[in-house]
Design a protein around this ligand. Structure first.
Ligand code: HEC
Ligand code: HEC
Length: 299
């Protein structure tokens, strides 16, 4: 039953238009980065950003914390520097390490300006009083100091640095995918220690977030999205409609509804430019479609 697995790292997709701590730019980034998806317990009608959403992972069950400005139960007493440290280094104001179920391994790539804008936006949301729920983890994982080891192996802090010679749109796309959108947190399979598997960047995961199949989104024509045109890819990111007429389901529907569909056309184009340029990886993750039954055919 623990196949209802792993939201190990849904992150957020972001944008870096912010010139200064500007809540409007912050909201754009907040959506691109999908913060709402994990920090709101929609299934149980939970208050917006007050946490409590259950994140099922192979390691145990995490409950997202309250990130509203409530001073007692949220992050209302934090200073900007606390927030920057949490996002950039995965550490709390008291120094404790965060679990990578909070996708700071991607958010660390956000620019300072974007992090500041995000902070300005979070300060502006309504405070909600709701206590955090403790994670349900095996005893040996409760010891947060162990996370220092994980970080040494798999975490490189620091903002995205543009690749010279790749063009502005490509770099913007890479930023949105790697830093804000944290697409790899779901689309790249992990090893047993929770590190990304080498050579399978964005190549899909058979038992990914919440135990479902997360598709291969590299340009491989057989097992990825290599046959999608640029226009089809952009439409999918904007509306969730696949070229075959099906709609995105599950976690990707949330990523689109609360996030990608709010991005500018230019940013969606940038994401497509970048995605179509990553190395194609042949890696089949889709369950073969069962043959339709006679009933479904209406015989
Ligand atoms: C994939 C789910 C997920 C997403 C997406 C996500 N978070 Fe979180 N976040 C978590 C979890 C789980 C924790 C708790 C980690 C821990 O206890 O070590 C957390 C912790 C935090 C904390 C620390 C709170 C505290 O009380 O110590 C902050 C701040 C935070 N997230 C902000 C954000 C922001 C801002 C975004 C969007 C840019 C975001 N999160 C996106 C899952 C997520
Ligand atoms: C929280 C996990 C999660 C995150 C984060 C995420 N995805 Fe997805 N994605 C999924 C899942 C699950 C599906 C399959 C949806 C379905 O079954 O309809 C999917 C489907 C897709 C597809 C369609 C592939 C196909 O063959 O149908 C594309 C394209 C895609 N995602 C791109 C992205 C991009 C780009 C990002 C980052 C901006 C992203 N995803 C972030 C989980 C995620």
């Amino acid at each position: 039953m623990l196949r209802r697995v792993m939201l190990l790292g849904l992150l957020c997709a972001g944008s870096s238009l912010a010139a200064g701590p500007d809540p409007v730019a912050g909201q754009y980034l907040f959506r691109a980065a999908g913060c709402e998806n994990c920090h709101t317990d929609r299934e149980h009608g939970g208050a917006w950003l007050a946490g409590g959403r259950e994140l099922l992972t192979p390691l145990g069950v995490f409950y997202s914390p309250n990130i509203t400005p409530d001073p007692d139960t949220g992050i209302g007493r934090w200073r900007e520097a606390d927030f920057l440290r949490a996002m950039r280094h995965g550490r709390g104001p008291d120094g404790r390490h965060y679990y990578p179920s909070f996708p700071y391994a991607a958010y660390t790539r956000l620019s300072d300006a974007d992090l500041r804008a995000l902070w300005a936006y979070l300060r502006s949301v309504p405070p909600v009083r709701q206590a955090n729920r403790p994670h349900e983890l095996p005893w040996y994982l409760k010891y947060r100091a162990l996370l220092a080891g994980w970080k040494l192996l798999y975490f490189k802090p620091g903002p995205y640095t543009p690749e010279p010679g790749k063009g502005a749109s490509w770099n913007r796309g890479a930023y949105l995918v790697q830093a804000a959108g944290h697409c790899g947190e779901c689309h790249t399979p992990r090893n047993r220690l929770g590190g990304f598997r080498i050579g399978l960047y964005l190549a899909g995961d058979k038992a990914g977030a919440e135990g479902g199949v997360v598709p291969n989104i590299t340009p491989d024509p057989k097992t990825g999205i290599g046959r999608w045109s640029r226009g089809e890819l952009i439409d999918y990111l904007k509306t969730g409609m696949r070229p075959d007429g099906d709609f995105a389901g599950g976690l990707m529907a949330e990523v689109i509804d609360n996030g990608l569909k709010h991005l500018s056309q230019q940013d969606l184009e940038a994401i497509a430019t970048y995605l179509q340029s990553v190395p194609p990886v042949e890696h089949a993750v889709r369950k073969p479609k069962p043959k339709p039954t006679r009933d479904e055919f209406g015989y």
